[in-house]
Design a protein around this ligand. Structure first.
Ligand code: SF4
Length: 501
């Protein structure tokens, strides 16, 4: 490599915003509907949005009510080759359209049913395409499985950090040790045990983690959100995410009253559990009817909002950060590289320095002052918690709204119009490289999953295609015999998927 090429490489590596990221963000912003182009909008300014896989391992071994996956999902065999191929193709397409960096969920069934080597390979394929993967699970697996995913055959870490989202709520059936939980509190030991696995992983192998706690909310457990938030905040989860139930996916798993659970109703209970307001109005991620997000800083026992939406100085700092730092890639980037990017951004915009310093001082004061923050940092008790409520839409609204959008028709019907507006501003995308489409997860689960799973069922049948089994040899169905048992269960009222995306 000659000197000029080396210098060009260093310049690109330390450029605050990667040019491909900038292009992807600008396109994203241009495609957003006008009603979400607010000063606090993060889509198209700081991020391209979240992404998720689909159709790569539809099966699950727990039962949820509701279940967002199609009734056929549990009749598809787990197949690592198919998983890796699908994940790679979907991520490559997202990389080409959405730029070099995004957060993506490895989702679409129960990820821990994948053999550990396949799970690890899927994460590597996502990383290879600039995706920060998060494995979405019901959390009912043993520490050894986590080790098998994270460590290679020689016991060395394949990853320096991993990210998992665990779904725990009393609407799930079949968890080992809590087959039919009567209430949310019964699951707290399982929530804690899951989180502890990652603390142990860090201690024993130095692998960092980011873990999220997911809970579906229906009228039956809405009033337990407060105690769940209270309990989970004491555990080392980084994110608390709640999803009001929607009429989407497997209609055998629906019950009445889902519409009665609003984002506001869930948020007020989260705040009650946290013991303080969690202001969210300073930023938005997509459409506010879909998604609400806020971050707090925790300094020991004191928690404070990262951004105070009532303080115009905080909002001015936000505006500068989004304008000049939005899209900067931190994850998977060496510290020196991040430092160089920040330095270059500050040199290009020196007027930001006093605003950002003043913001940092206000944040420190909110979090208890310099001494409290320093003490918390010293004791490794300084952390951030992200709160999310994601409000999926009903299939009955999404299907007609999407059909009209495919024809380029804007609906006059108020409900379908609202649905189209939300789909147009979707922050949670799934990719279809075969058609060149990016679709909202709502569309995937409301419209596309059914046909996709019919095809997958044929491609990956639970039993080998050599029916009937040889006489007296039911094991001729092996290795899919366990799958077949699940399939039988799935023909009953149970669909077994915990995925909410
Ligand atoms: S997946 Fe559905 S609810 Fe979620 S952001 Fe997209 S359109 Fe909104």
């Amino acid at each position: 490599m000659n000197v000029a090429a080396l210098l060009r490489g260093v310049e690109l590596a330390t450029r605050p915003i990667h040019p491909e990221t900038r292009t992807a963000l600008e396109l994203r912003w241009a495609q957003l509907p006008e009603h979400v182009k607010t000063p606090g909008q993060l889509l198209g300014r700081a991020a391209v949005g979240c992404e998720g896989t689909h159709g790569v391992f539809p099966k699950c071994n727990l039962t949820c009510s509701p279940c967002y996956h199609s009734a056929d999902a549990n009749k598809v065999r787990i197949d690592g080759v198919h998983t890796l191929k699908g994940v790679t193709e979907q991520m490559e397409y997202l990389r080409s359209v959405r730029g070099p960096r995004a957060h993506a969920q490895l989702i679409g069934g129960e990820v821990s049913l994948l053999p550990a080597e396949d799970h690890a390979a899927a994460l590597q394929a996502m990383r290879a395409n600039g995706r920060e993967p998060m494995s979405m699970t019901h959390g009912d697996f043993d520490y050894q499985y986590l080790l098998d995913v994270v460590l290679d055959q020689e016991g060395k870490p394949r990853f320096d950090r991993v990210s998992f989202a665990a779904h725990f709520d009393s609407l799930m059936r079949g968890r080992r040790g809590a087959v039919r939980p009567h209430n949310e509190a019964e699951l707290n030991p399982f929530r804690a045990k899951f989180a502890d696995m990652f603390t142990t992983l860090k201690r024993e192998h130095g692998v960092r983690s980011y873990i999220a706690h997911n809970m579906t909310v229906t009228p039956s457990n809405l009033d337990q959100v407060t105690e769940v938030a209270q309990a989970v905040l004491k555990m080392p989860y980084d994110m608390l995410s709640f999803q009001p139930a929607a009429y989407i996916g497997d209609d055998r798993r629906w019950s009445g009253g889902f519409d009665a659970v609003s984002i506001d109703a869930v948020w007020s209970r989260i705040e009650a559990g946290a013991g303080h307001p969690i202001p969210w109005q300073g930023t938005q991620f997509g459409d506010l009817r879909c998604n609400r997000t806020a971050i707090t800083v925790n300094a020991g026992i004191r928690r404070a909002a990262l951004l105070d939406p009532d303080d115009p100085r905080d909002l001015a700092a936000r505006d500068r950060a989004l304008a000049h730092f939005g899209g900067m890639i931190f994850g998977g980037t060496p510290t020196w590289n991040v430092g160089a990017k920040i330095l270059r951004a500050l040199l290009a915009h020196p007027g930001d320095v006093p605003h950002l310093l003043a913001f940092a001082l206000r944040l420190m004061r909110r979090a208890g002052g310099l001494r409290a923050v320093a003490a918390a940092a010293f004791k490794r008790r300084l952390s951030f918690k992200t709160f999310v409520v994601h409000n999926f839409m009903d299939a009955a609204d999404v299907a007609p709204a999407w059909a009209l959008m495919e024809q380029g028709v804007a609906s006059d019907d108020p409900k379908i119009k609202e649905t189209q507006e939300r789909l147009g501003a979707c922050m949670y995308t799934m990719s279809h490289p075969e058609t060149g489409e990016l679709v909202a997860a709502c569309v995937q689960h409301s419209v596309l999953d059914v046909g996709e799973n019919i095809g997958l069922r044929k491609m990956l049948p639970l039993r080998p295609l050599t029916h009937p089994p040889e006489k007296g040899d039911p094991a001729s169905a092996s290795p899919a015999s366990a799958d077949a048992a699940s399939a039988d269960a799935a023909t009953g009222p149970a669909c077994t998927s915990n995925g909410k995306g």
